[in-house]
Design a protein around this ligand. Structure first.
Ligand code: 5GP
Length: 194
């Protein structure tokens, strides 16, 4: 049995298809390219969740005519404390950037923003390092439980007030490889740990 088949019984509904996600990334790429026309750009993916967003976005920005003069792709790896479905904002930095951000036009690329605390932490940390410009891009926005007002210049799609998985987003490390965004069945959350 393929892994995607074993996921099938756990998925309540598809929220955004692979094609809808690709279209959103194309639009974000055009917006980012237009704001960095003729300038160097550093796309900074926040792993693991932004794994696919940052790679797809980097190629899409590069394909826009008259975009940035050069594109550097880097990543940070963070993990949020909290329960299985909600972050506490207390972020553990597992891996810092490889390249310095000082003096660069940096776009933080996140998978999803919910209460905003993770992005706030990253903006504060990177802002102290004096980038030339610091902007943020999130593929999915869940604006329902924001605890802090974080600026997000590039927003892809609105996600419902649900815990979502797929396209990089996990539940207990599973489902990241789904090519679409999905809502899980309630039974998945009440299942005893294997
Ligand atoms: P925030 O700090 O804004 O509440 O949440 C940011 C992080 O929490 C995201 O980068 C993501 O890792 C996780 N997160 C928030 N909402 C969801 C969700 O619906 N599904 C998954 N899989 N992760 C989420």
């Amino acid at each position: 049995m393929q892994i995607t088949e074993s996921y099938e019984g756990t998925i309540e509904r598809t929220l955004y298809s692979r094609e809808q996600i690709a279209a959103a990334i194309e639009r974000l790429a055009r917006e980012i390219a237009a704001d960095h026309r003729g300038q160097p750009l550093m796309l900074l993916g926040v792993l693991k969740g932004a794994l696919f967003v940052v790679t797809d976005l980097a190629r899409a920005v590069a394909a826009v005519p008259d975009g940035p003069s050069e594109i550097i792709v880097d990543y940070m790896c963070v993990s949020s404390y909290g329960n299985a479905t909600r972050s506490s904002g207390e972020v553990r930095l597992l891996k810092d950037t490889s390249e310095p951000v000082t003096g660069r036009n940096v776009v933080i690329v996140e998978d999803i923003v919910d209460n905003g605390l993770t992005l706030q932490y990253l903006q504060a940390l990177l802002g102290e390092r004096q980038p030339a410009r610091l902007r943020s891009c999130v593929l999915f926005d869940k604006p329902y439980h924001r605890r802090v007002d974080v600026p997000v210049e590039y927003v892809g799609l609105q996600a419902p007030d649900e815990f979502v998985v797929g396209y990089g987003l996990d539940y207990q490390e599973l489902f990241r490889n789904l090519p679409y965004l999905a809502q899980l069945k309630d039974a998945v959350f009440t299942r005893p740990e294997a």
